[in-house]
Every structure is written in C-alpha cells, then in structure tokens.
Design a protein. Structure first.
Length: 206
C-alpha cells in the first residue's frame, strides 16, 4: 500500500471517530489560545487528521489521492526510501507551516478553531504543479486549465479571502500550504526549476 493511501486511511479513521466523539474532536482541533495556554503543540498536527464533515473529508482525501500519489511516485523514483521520507515530511510540515499565520493572528482568541488537512493537501497539489505545470486540471470536470494557471488563481483567491476573513474556511492554510509545497519541492528536487521553465517555454494555450 502506498504512503498516500496509508495517510488517507489513517485520516479517515481518525475523522470518523471525531465525527462521533465531540470530546476527541475538541482535543485534536487547532486552537492557538489553548496551544499557548496548555502547551498542547500536538494540535498543529492532529488538527490535520480531523474534518468538519463528510464532504470536507472526502474532498481533501480525493485531492490528496489524485495529486499526492503523483508526487509520491516522483520522489520515490528519484530518491527511493528517502523519497518516501521527504513525501511524508512535505505533507506533515505543510499542515504545520500552513497553520502558523493563523496561530499568530488568533493566539488571543479563545473561540477560534480550525481543522482539516488542507495545508498538507495544498502542499502536494502545488508540488504537482511545479513538477507538471502544463497538465490540465479540471474543476467539476468542466473548467479545464493548465495547473500553473489554476495555481496562480488559487493563490490570488486564497490571499483575497484570507484578508476578507469571511466564512469558516481557513484560506490562509490553503495559501501558505501551497507556497510551502513550492519551496519544499524546489529544495528537495533542485532540477525541477529548469524542467518547470522548459515546460512553460514550450507551452501554448491554443
């Protein structure tokens, strides 16, 4: 079984238990105020393994399966077992790093909570885009554009919505998780930059 599937299974099991157990969900959820007060730093990671509802879980795990598997295969093809370690690191660090801006912003807000694997998933999605920027990504099977165009739009949208601050979605996690995935990929696979540039230079929209 691939590491991607193992992560999906673990996340699904923990999320299902949290759906039925509000106490467990509360103990794992990301809450900057409680993290500081009680030194519960594990919440930076555990919050990435629980979700708000079934649709939230299914969407994140679908994106993880689609794009994470691709990134996992590339890293293991390049580095072997070390590639597996790098893949897991990118995912977990993506969850942690994506929460840091919210941690700073809401450290004095007792009622702020966040959960979900979006930071880690965004890291892998943008890693995929760096590896294969001209590959079409389709929204609802209808709107299909190359990955680098969707990536640019996604960053602009997440930045705007994060500043706006409406709704319960942590857009900052999407934004910073994606940016972290780009940086991590460039550091882990330096040769990806020439490949990225070459693909874009040969790309034609029409």
């Amino acid at each position: 079984m691939s590491i991607t599937l193992i992560i999906i299974v673990i996340t699904g099991l923990i999320s299902f238990n949290a759906f039925k157990n509000p106490t467990l969900k509360s103990r794992l959820m990301f809450n900057p105020y409680i993290i500081i007060r009680d030194k519960e730093y594990h919440r930076f990671i555990t919050s990435g393994f629980i979700h708000g509802d079934m649709m939230h879980l299914l969407f994140n795990m679908f994106v993880l399966y689609m794009f994470g598997s691709y990134v996992e295969n590339i890293l293991t093809a390049i580095y072997g077992t070390l590639g597996t370690v790098l893949y897991v690191l990118m995912y977990l660090l993506g969850i942690i790093v994506s929460d840091i801006p919210s941690f700073i912003k809401h450290k004095d807000s007792p009622y702020y909570n966040a959960l979900g694997a979006s930071g880690g998933v965004s890291s892998l999605l943008f890693s995929f885009i760096i590896f294969d920027p001209t590959q079409d990504l389709c929204l609802y099977g209808l709107l299909c554009f190359p990955g680098f165009i969707w990536g640019a739009l996604y960053i602009v949208y997440s930045f705007y919505m994060g500043k706006k601050g409406d709704g319960n979605i942590n857009h900052d996690a999407h934004l910073y998780g994606g940016l972290f995935g780009i940086v991590f990929t460039i550091i882990a696979v330096p040769g990806v930059i020439p490949n990225f540039i070459e693909q874009l230079s040969n790309f034609s929209l029409f």
